[in-house]
Design a binder for this molecule. Sequence first.
Ligand code: MG
Ligand code: MG
Length: 262
Amino acid sequence: MRESIQYKTEAEIELQRESSLLVGKTLAEVAKILKPGVSTKALDEVAESYIRDNDALPGFKGYGGFPATLCISINDEVVHGIPGDRIVKDGDVVSIDCGTYKNGFYGDSAYTFAVGNVSEDVKLLLQRTKESLYLAIEQAIVGKRVGDIGYAVQNYCESFGYGIVRDLVGHGVGKNLHESPEVPNFGRRGTGPKLKEGMCIAIEPMVTLGRYDIQQDVDGWTIRTVDGLPAAHYEHDMAIKKGKADVLSTFSYIEEVLKNQQ
Ligand code: MG
Ligand code: MG
């Protein structure tokens, strides 16, 4: 992570928006084929082709040695799952995180999908994790602090007894995939770095149905819950503004696809 916060000009924010929107469009393409029976590798191939067809590069591929375009994390996997031969099954909870790189800027956004018949408990976990992201975004404005964002996620999710992953956090985003400041999903109001115009951050609640403890698989990437219970992960990029954050990424393309599948 870059140590000092990188402030962006309006022109740079517009370039960043293009990368962030492309992530949402890519995840919508993935959503179209996300059904029981599809392999995670097939999802990854669709994403990589779509990104390259849009004159961009997969933002994660090769990052720290990560081998794929998407991080696909199923059920008790929280984040950083590697696509492969695994077949998606009815009832799976599939978190898909995607990065793009275009015009010198990264987009980074994630969405968790319920595939087929998922229990009511898990549906609520997904819904509330997404809601916590939007509550956090309300805090992502000039004059607030990073701790206000974390508090918003933690306060809401813990009220349902969920776990807030501690070891992984949101971050600044821009010319680098991960920049300062770190943006935890837990915290105290009025603490942490001050939010200022020109900052672009990714907020990404990682919320578990049980305890928040996580462990890494021997593959060196996949992060899963220790208690084996499912997790949800949603992520948006935004530029800090006065009064209201300018959300650069979008779920609207994804949710349009999901609506048409019902
Ligand atoms: Mg991400
Ligand atoms: Mg991120």
